[in-house]
Design a protein around this ligand. Structure first.
Ligand code: TXA
Ligand code: MG
Length: 350
């Protein structure tokens, strides 16, 4: 199949391409869409056959449910969810559009294919005007996992989407690089207190300011053992991993840099903070961004992980941000890429 590339930088002046993308989705085709977090691989969420195509194009296990994307209009929440708690309305009012996915009871009109047979559904309103316009024109919610091949790092540019699923889907909408760079934060609102299933682009601190207490699902912090079932089925899979094994080193950046420098040779890839670039002269180095700029780190983490697959490195070390704010999501993605192979250095200074 030839994948059409639709370049749609903004809504104004691109009404025809937007209508075309929406028509493809209505016909049951797969269209990759930009969001503020990462690119999504979209299909009509109410069309089971179209949704089945997503699993095939990504090579995604069929028990891993999809989240649905809706426009910034609260009435869509009542259309596709049941028993929506008061807190969900408050969160939607406060944080839509934005990088928050809420797990709620599903309405039976959402097919099993979309929810992986669960009686809940993840709902989010992406903060990208082009994609919002496409969803409105399609008239149905759009199911969209991250557009990467299953197991690879997520895609934050249209070029990366083409690399992974080009030739397998009808079209890719190029709406520019993603502004946030890590996927949405997933909050399960079917339990009390609400439970964080995946840290993401919406910092936990911001959610706690509205929700109060939030539990952390164990899959957020560690590798699940045999037989353990994380509440977000996708969290049990090996994820984001480059071909070479990754080791994450946490702690004071001066110390983590020294630790890595002592072990980094010509066959080593290093993901480091911008300030430490020069410390690994023999190795293949990519910057995560400055120590204090977690927004920049979030925008880089996936392309950094992807980068090493074009090189011959045999091991990868990564410096890791502290878990405040967006650092929680960045650290989580690095640790997942490492299969939670983490070296924790205590104390300060080298
Ligand atoms: O930012 C994002 O959320 C991106 C963009 C495209 O919107 N999408 C995304 O989708 O990251 P995906 O499929 O790559 O990750 C969604 C995660 C998976 O781990 C899945 O298991 C979990 O959400 N999930 C989906 N529906 C769920 C449900 N009903 N209950 C629990 N977990 C669910
Ligand atoms: Mg994904």
């Amino acid at each position: 199949m030839k994948t059409e590339l639709l370049t749609i930088p903004c809504v104004a002046g691109h009404e025809e391409e937007i209508a075309h993308a929406a028509a493809l989705l209505r016909e049951g085709a797969l269209v990759a869409l930009p969001t503020e977090t990462v690119y999504g691989l979209g299909a009509d969420a109410l069309n089971g056959a179209a949704v089945a195509g997503i699993y095939e194009a990504k090579g995604r296990p069929s028990d891993n449910p999809l989240i649905i994307h809706v426009p910034n209009d609260l009435s869509w929440l009542s259309r596709y969810c049941r028993d929506v708690p008061e807190l969900a309305w408050r969160l939607a009012e406060r944080f839509w559009p934005g990088p928050l996915t809420m797990i709620l009871r599903r309405d039976p009109c959402v097919p099993d294919r979309t929810t992986g047979g669960l009686d809940t559904v993840g709902v989010r309103c992406p903060d990208h005007p082009v994609t919002e316009a496409i969803i409105r024109a399609a008239g149905h919610p759009i199911a969209a996992p991250s557009a990467n091949t299953s197991g690879r790092p997520s895609c934050t540019t249209a070029a990366e989407v083409l690399e992974d699923v080009g030739g397998k889907i009808a079209a890719v909408v190029d709406g520019g690089p993603c502004a946030v760079g890590v996927e949405s934060t997933i909050l399960d609102l079917t339990v009390t207190p609400p439970r964080l299933l995946r840290p993401g682009g919406m910092p936990l601190e911001d959610l706690r300011a509205v929700c109060g207490e939030i539990d952390l699902d164990p899959a957020v912090l560690r590798l699940m053992g045999e037989g353990e079932r994380p509440r977000a089925p996708g969290m049990k899979y090996r994820h984001y991993a480059p071909h070479a094994p990754v080791t994450v080193v946490t702690g004071d950046p001066d110390r983590t840099a020294a630790y890595i420098a002592a072990r980094a040779d010509g066959k080593t890839g290093v993901i480091c903070f911008e300030e430490y670039r020069e410390r690994f002269p023999w190795s293949v180095v990519v910057s995560l961004g400055p120590v204090s700029d977690k927004g920049e780190q979030a925008r880089h983490v996936f392309s950094d992980l992807r980068f090493f697959d074009q090189t011959g490195v045999q091991q990868i070390f990564a410096q890791c941000p502290d878990p405040d704010g967006l650092g929680f999501a960045v650290a989580n993605r690095l640790k997942k890429a490492a299969g939670f192979h983490v070296i924790e250095l205590e104390g300060e200074g080298p």
